[in-house]
Design a protein around this ligand. Sequence first.
Ligand code: FES
Ligand SMILES: [Fe+2]
Length: 411
Amino acid sequence: MPEINDNARRWLVEVATDVLDHGTSGTFTIAPEVTRRSAENYTDAERFNAELRRLFRRIPLLLAASCEIQGRGDFRTYQIAGVPVLLTRDADGQARALVNICTHRGAPVAHGAGHCSRFTCSYHGWTFGLDGRLAAVSSAADFGAVDRGTYGLRQLPVLEKGGMIWAILDPESTLDIDAFLGMFGEALSAFDLTGWMLVSEKTLTGANWKLAFDAHMEFYHLPVLHKNTFGPQTSPRALYYFEGPHQRLIRPVRYEKNGMPARADLFQWAEHPQDTWPIESMMMGEWILFPNVSFNSFYDGGRGVLVSRIYPGETVGESITVQSYYMAGQPSDAERAEAQKTADFLEGVVAGEDLVNSRNQQRALDSGLLREVSYGCNERGIVHFHEWVDRILAASDAELNTLFRDGRATA
Ligand code: FES
Ligand SMILES: [Fe+2]
């Protein structure tokens, strides 16, 4: 586990202390009242387009763990909110997020994922360096004079931190990614994905991206929708801890699971001085990184983290969930097989239960016959999330930086 700064550690201790208090007293905190929201939030095409433009194309998105483009020349491509993205590591070891559009006539310069020393456009063969600059124009004499310096692939703002890589899908953005992540980002870096291994990646389809993501922000449905997988005894209660637009959900009960080292169980440390609590004992629960990512820890075959990214699909009623399962260190084949079983199980739960359910909800809401949906006092993480979506849709470009600084103080 890496060292994190004092503020982030203080926050982890504060949350852990509160979890222990609630765990001991059997209590949890709830919102003062039920909140309602128009069902059109999930069905309206205009709203969906605004979310693509004003949310997904303006807010930092977690694209990958550093280990996914470990070596120089490793790359991955994405299509997010209509933007083709090429994520790569250049010859100096810097992560680069580039717009995957050839500056000649717009074909993509890279497909899928892999490793290369330069990108060659598959249409007419222009080549680009790993840093995006235009290296060569094919049949240059025939093509005619161009100023190569102005024909590089467009660069997107990017930040690599704590083994994770964020980018903003707007080349003009001046948003401070670090300010957006705030202390949450610092604490999150204690997962330390640097040097980890991607052992499984699943791509699942579902309904509206917020319907799919809402299911990550409450535990209320666990003993019901997941009664045959997680079991009907699973606690539906979540404690919520907010940090700017981000949040954590923690069940105030003892986390006991085969294979989990004792030092990762917070309750083992209740009687010890706070400054001796290991960081991993304070990383429990689900971490929700705004606007579309959740992190969950597992210990099957070794320490692992399931990172789920929920992306908007082609229409308001479609989404894509990418489940990436990472393991610490260099797990053996047997350990990986154990983790793979967990990854397969989680795919079954989400694809077979959550996302099936989200499609049923979508069909129902599309009928227009339920005008409003309600979020209970025990589902306040969802309310927090939707309020932040609204706030961001309403903010001008200039207001975004201020919003994250001010929002942190008041959220
Ligand atoms: S579009 Fe890329 S070389 Fe022509
Ligand atoms: Fe679920």
